[in-house]
Design a protein around this ligand. Structure first.
Ligand SMILES: [Fe+2]
Ligand SMILES: [Fe+2]
Length: 190
């Protein structure tokens, strides 16, 4: 992988703040990949590209993701739409073929049930990277990320829902399904 080239392209595509965030996600995702036995090169690539569509307009995002199934809620929101659009940009412009890397980009904002290890790592690294503005529970989430990936996902998903609700916005159905799946699996083991 030509990391210099990817770094250069991301620096150009993103605002300064978003680029700094991306470097934080790269560092955190690689550390988590080492801790949890995931491929660090895949983690680095997914982290570098996870917000590659973040600075596009909503129309550009929808155009990039035009071959994906309709997602009426995401299509009204740059905050949601940049994830699916980012996967398409990674695929079409960065020629990423690895479904694991593409999935990690696609699901980094909403989550979904049955996420892979890499998908969980990118979802969480995005929330806890060192440049993140502090939010309630961030320290606890960072601690949990060091000990248990699924516990951290449960915490991360519920924090994300709390944040969305506090803004008066609807919770994406994929996020709700991810939370429900964790609740179901707990019931089965209780
Ligand atoms: Fe993002
Ligand atoms: Fe991000």
């Amino acid at each position: 992988m030509n990391w210099e080239k990817i770094d250069h392209r991301m620096k150009k595509a993103l605002s300064e703040e978003r680029y700094r965030h991306t470097l934080g996600v790269v560092k955190t995702a690689v550390e988590m990949a080492e801790r949890y036995g995931e491929d660090t090169e895949k983690a680095r690539l997914a982290a570098y590209l996870h917000d590659c569509a973040k600075c596009l307009t909503l129309d550009e995002m929808k155009k990039a993701a035009k071959d994906l199934p309709h997602d009426p809620l995401a299509e009204t929101s740059k905050a949601l739409m940049h994830a699916a659009a980012g996967m398409c940009v990674a695929r079409d412009e960065f020629h990423v073929e690895d479904p694991d890397v593409l999935g990690a980009i696609r699901w980094h904002t909403t989550g979904k049930p049955g996420m892979t290890k890499l998908e969980k790592i990118i979802y969480l690294a995005d929330m806890i990277e060192p440049n993140r503005k502090p939010f309630p529970g961030l320290d606890a989430l960072r601690r949990t990320c060091r000990t248990d990936l699924d516990e951290a996902m449960k915490l991360g998903l519920s924090m994300s829902v709390g944040h969305v609700r506090a803004q008066g916005k609807p919770v994406h159905p994929d996020t709700q399904r991810a939370i429900d799946a964790y609740a179901d699996s707990k019931q089965q083991t209780d």
